[in-house]
Ligand binder design. Sequence first.
Ligand code: ADP
Ligand code: MG
Length: 616
Amino acid sequence: MHDIIRLLPDSVANQIAAGEVVQRPASAVKELLENTIDAGATDIKLIIRESGKLLIQVIDNGCGMSERDARMCFERHATSKIQNAGDLLSIRTLGFRGEALASIASIAQVELKTKRFEDEIGTCLLIEGTEFKEQYPVNCQNGTSVSVKNLFFNVPARRNFLKSNTLELKYIIEEFFRVALVHPDIAFTFYNQEKILFQVGAGNLKLRITNLFGSSYGQRLIPVEQQTALINISGYIGKPEFAKKTRGEQYFFTNGRYMKSAYLHHAVEGAFKELIPDDSVPSYFIYMEVDPQTIDVNIHPTKTEINFQDIKSIYAILHAAVKQSIGKFNLSPSLDFDVEQSMNYTPIPEDQPVKQPTITVNPDYNPFEKRTDPQTRFTFPSKQLPSIQGWQDLYAKPPSQADINPFPEKPGDIAGGAWDRKHEEVQPERKKCFQVRDSFLVTYTQTGVIVIDQQHAHERILYERFLSREPSEPSPGQHQLIPQTISLSPGNAQFFREWQDQFREMGFEIDDFGKDTFVVHAIPMHLENLNIGLFIESLLESLKLPGHEQNISQIQLMAKSMAMKLTIKRGRKLHQEEVNSLVENLFACKVPDVSPDGKPTMVMMSFDELNRKFKI
Ligand code: ADP
Ligand code: MG
């Protein structure tokens, strides 16, 4: 027998590595953005088409590359950032593995244009599935532009594995946030399908957060600041009253790198204990600076996990710092914390052991309790004494409009999506909406006039509502019935059994009595007044229809079919309350502007456009 072990060709090795580094368009976006930061760029453009499946382009004004480096950068383990293992201990750049470009080039068609400041002319290089195509001189700006086209063109399995465009775009936006949040001093423009999705100029961190998440965040944030020999902590936390039921804005950064840490999340969450309801999560944007020697960022190829040498002390310091901020700022909503940022902390000398910071928080403070004599508890000067009205309102709400209106989705319930953040800013005022021709809702925001199609809009709302549940959660609003026996046609009975899990996940509780008979014990909300047997039959019929996109899951398909069946149709007259509720709920959606079927829910004409049309 001859030997059978061989070295893999580069193209294969790179593709395998790409499996780890580039799982989806968002991972390529992350790597390309990080490279621009490492290159010292101050103005960065991200251009996306078809959620990155067709094109991801990143243009920067950073240091650029020489002609030779432009070729070298696609080699595996080619990096300018470290030279030896020792350098691994003091990494300050985001990249260092030298894998990203090699991986990306192995699974896409890549065009690189780059020019250094000192060079007369730039260079353009084309590479496709690791295969070098050509390189020629070009006239181009200082800096680098990398276009990644047809990602996974040669790995169909992976391409098919991608999620819907909406979801992939959401992942990209998330990566964009993670970079943009660390570099408020860098200007970013993010184009999606040739339209600007985000444009943020250089500024301070607070401005960056409000630019990305909506101007209302200006009022929601309180600063956190703590300096110790072990770690410097800075950033913002959301005031307890703005905690949300779904995760969304929880960001940790260590030495300028986004990271995940359930352990440190617990430290922050613990500091909010008893200030927010158990099922809510606080927002935070926390930046930690530590000596690079004390961490290891090398444990995961995508580098979102970081090992700390002294994680326990960091936990304690973080917990205390957050608690201290809550104690200091929480009760004074009117306090402008921009002025307060110069709080004095005495840094601990290097040679002293780290002491846990002391906390000046009133342990008896309970926001749910009516406060009778605030001055005996707090030490704010009287003119700054906060009005805490709103606390009780927030959590002990009497039954209100939301309970009686026919679309009981609460705005903001389905939080956490980037769209909802972006649209928060443009949320129209309630009374400024009206219905026309029993079909369209007209409203306006600060930037323009919006016409909403009620049918598509309600489809979107219901769709997100049906999907908003965590898999482990019991079905909310599940409606108990007197058990009702239904019989399905034999074909549908069999088909129903195939979809039983999805029905259950949607909130149906249906027992199979064999043959064609089923007993319905519970149904999801919104179905209360329907003939449930007929509804299930017609739902099954629509699930059978061919032509459903392959990249949506069965549960999405089910939610979509249900939403399309239950939506308020065009031609139905709505009360003012219903109009308001529909518009509010639409803007609280993660993706308010398209129906689950991919049709627009709204069209907008900006005031600029109107001015132009009227030649003003
Ligand atoms: P790493 O970032 O881990 O070094 P990459 O594959 O991402 O590996 O990049 C390889 C090298 O290419 C980098 O070390 C850097 O020298 C160069 N490079 C990549 N992107 C840029 C850019 N936008 N501007 C300048 N140089 C870049
Ligand atoms: Mg890199």
